[in-house]
Write a protein that binds this ligand. Structure first.
Ligand code: HEC
Ligand code: HEC
Length: 285
């Protein structure tokens, strides 16, 4: 309303509202009781030869209900923003009410979060209230990807186990959540189908899955010569700094079948955990 470039629309709206309300009042008045003693007209409709419809005025109590609504709307228009850009005598606005409610919410939660910020994450993990708060936030912002039970799914890590791609120390988890993570496993199609099969056999053997022993031996060699060990470590136990998963455990981000591992090695994988830093700052500001 305050964006009108000139006053035309402002007055247009004001007049439209006032004229409509007043017109309702006038209509009611003209439909009220006829002068005393005058004869009641009929509408001219006749049914079954003698049945006529009288044009009686509406009952008084019913008319008064309508007069009251007209008076109510006039009072409302003076108190609340109704007439063009006139803000109303009470100064109420929906955005003002929203801002007030947000400010009240911020005020209530600020000391709570300030207190959390001062407390060590490990101590907070034992705090029932902090856990409840974290759980609510998790169910709102994280569940879509990591699942309601935090057990993840293909490509989305399980957060409920002890296996950490990017590290499970509080500082590492805070970094994961605030800055996000980009897991990049480069494609290795250039190694050729045979070598990739050897590598898959070796990767499977690392976690005790059945694999052809000849291929395992060749795969172990390729694991070092092709540079896999540069990211996953010489023993395949992974590296937190790069987000390279431990290949010797039974936890799989994409799957342990030979076909899935071959696909991972051939095409590579790109995975992203979104960053929440701005969100966090907005809450703490
Ligand atoms: C859009 C999907 C998505 C959302 C939403 C999401 N995540 Fe993630 N998260 C991922 C993906 C994908 C990864 C794995 C990244 C990779 O492979 O490097 C990940 C990784 C993680 C990790 C690292 C796990 C490890 O083993 O090191 C943590 C911790 C985590 N997320 C916590 C959260 C929390 C807490 C939230 C809510 C604030 C959240 N995530 C919201 C997709 C998501
Ligand atoms: C540049 C570092 C890098 C190199 C080199 C690399 N990887 Fe990876 N690898 C990763 C990362 C990071 C991931 C996790 C990808 C993700 O987060 O989606 C991964 C994932 C995998 C997975 C999937 C594990 C699972 O849980 O599903 C397998 C299998 C794998 N790599 C095997 C290999 C093999 C074999 C080689 C050598 C041919 C290799 N990687 C080379 C970084 C690397």
């Amino acid at each position: 309303m305050n964006d009108f470039v000139n006053q035309f629309w402002n007055w247009y709206v004001i007049l439209l509202v006032l004229v409509s309300i007043i017109a309702c009042g006038v209509l009611l008045w003209t439909q009220s009781s006829p002068p005393a003693g005058s004869k009641v007209d009929t509408t001219g409709h006749v049914w079954d030869e003698t049945l006529e419809e009288y044009n009686n005025p509406l009952p008084k109590w019913w008319m008064w209900l309508f007069y009251i609504t007209v008076i109510f709307s006039l009072v409302y228009a003076v108190l609340y923003p109704t007439l063009g850009s006139f803000p109303g005598l009470l100064g109420w606005s929906s955005s003002g009410q929203w801002a007030k409610e947000m400010a009240r919410f911020e005020e209530q939660t600020r000391p709570l979060y300030a207190n959390y910020m001062k407390t060590d994450v490990k101590a907070l993990a034992a705090d029932k209230e902090a856990n409840e708060t974290g759980k609510r936030l998790y169910l709102t912002y994280c569940m879509q990807c990591h699942g309601a039970d935090a057990r993840g799914s293909k490509g989305f890590p399980n957060l409920a186990d002890n296996d950490w791609q990017w590290g499970g120390e509080p500082a590492q988890i805070v970094e994961t959540i605030s800055a996000g993570r980009m897991g990049v496993m480069p494609p290795h199609a250039q190694l050729g189908a045979e070598t990739i099969k050897d590598l898959a056999a070796y990767v499977r053997s690392l976690s005790g899955l059945p694999a052809d022993s000849v291929r395992v031996a060749k795969g172990q060699e390729a694991f070092n010569s092709a540079g896999c060990s540069g990211c996953h470590g010489p023993d395949g136990k992974g590296m937190h700094a790069l987000g390279a998963p431990n290949l010797t455990d039974k936890v799989w981000l994409y799957g342990s079948s030979e076909a899935t591992i071959i696909e991972t090695i051939t095409k590579g994988r790109n995975n992203q955990m979104p960053a929440w830093k701005e969100f966090q700052q907005a809450r703490l500001a």
